[in-house]
Design a protein around this ligand. Structure first.
Ligand SMILES: Nc1ncnc2c1ncn2[C@@H]1O[C@H](COP(=O)(O)OP(=O)(O)O)[C@@H](O)[C@H]1O
Ligand SMILES: [Mg+2]
Length: 274
């Protein structure tokens, strides 16, 4: 294939099964650089799996992922680490490092082998903590902060890494109402100002509507009863593109099997369970 869309992520014909259960079947996507892309869909439809494939943590049985026109399997670990930041769904906490030390590990891909982080790395890490709104936690042990605080710290760590591509798996799942909005606004702001590409998974369709340039709406390959009637090969993608075009009651029904009503309030579209 040609490198027609050099800047950005292309997912081509990606297929993955766990054992005998097919999760992703021939998924193709072109994600443009500098955009905020939200993966949305029911539990178990393959959002985390897709993020891990884009990150090179899982290898598809078929298909490939290119970033800026280069296949990720041709990149070394160091090259991938400089390019992609990844905040997984669950935040493990085993060693009692300070929050600042944890954020500093985000600077590793920029350091030469055996080099210690310097003043500049510390400053960038402190700035990332400030952006996220948790600089007051800098000297606290990471093992002694709350789940939500941990999530904020891991987002700060990914920002300290200053990646061109940021993958966030349910970044708001442990956050309170205010922090959910704060984080999503901040992420979008950085995407705009620094041409950072964000691919994230969310559960709240209204957040997806508010903060995404593009939505990828997925369905579970096998799960919804309607699947039996569908013709041809199983397909993961319900709709991809402009949030207002993707988030229709028909598409939501197709993905989740639930009925929603669409309201227009102050020029914004809001989805409500019917
Ligand atoms: N390591 C694994 N081994 C076997 N099955 C898995 C594994 N990881 C995920 N799955 C299954 O694959 C499907 C997709 O999982 P996942 O990508 O985590 O979904 P999502 O993030 O959309 O909730 C689910 O049915 C899940 O149970
Ligand atoms: Mg998941």
């Amino acid at each position: 294939m040609s490198t027609q869309s050099a800047a950005g992520i292309t997912v081509e014909d990606v297929t993955l099964s766990y054992g005998s259960s097919l999760v992703l079947a021939s998924v193709s996507l072109a994600l443009r650089r500098g955009e905020v892309i939200t993966l949305l869909g029911p539990n178990g439809c393959g959002k985390t799996t897709l993020l891990k494939i884009i990150n090179g943590l899982l290898h598809p049985s078929r298909g490939r992922v290119c970033i800026n026109g280069k296949e990720i399997t041709r990149m070394g670990q160091a090259e991938l680490a400089r390019l992609i930041g990844y905040v997984p769904q669950a935040q493990r906490s085993s060693f009692p490092f300070s929050v600042l030390d944890i954020v500093l590990t985000g600077r590793m891909p920029h350091l030469s082998v055996l080099a210690q982080p310097g003043e500049d790395d510390v400053n960038r890490s402190l700035r990332a903590l400030e952006l996220v709104g948790v600089s007051h936690l800098a000297s606290r042990p990471y093992t002694q902060i709350s789940g939500g605080e941990r999530q904020l710290v891991m987002i700060a760590r990914a920002l300290a890494q200053e990646p061109g591509y940021l993958l966030l798996d349910e970044p708001t799942s442990y956050l309170d109402f205010k922090n959910q909005i704060h984080v999503l606004k901040m992420i979008r702001g950085i995407a705009r100002s620094q041409e950072m590409t964000v691919v994230m998974t969310l559960h709240d369709p209204n957040h997806a509507l508010m903060f995404s340039d593009e939505i990828v709406l997925l369905r579970k390959l096998f799960g919804l009863e309607g699947m039996a009637e569908r013709q041809g090969l199983p397909r993961n993608l319900v709709a991809v593109g402009d949030p207002l075009e993707v988030m229709t009651p028909e598409n939501i029904k197709d993905a989740y099997g639930v009925d929603v009503e669409v309201l227009e309030v102050k020029g914004r579209r809001i989805l409500l369970p019917a």
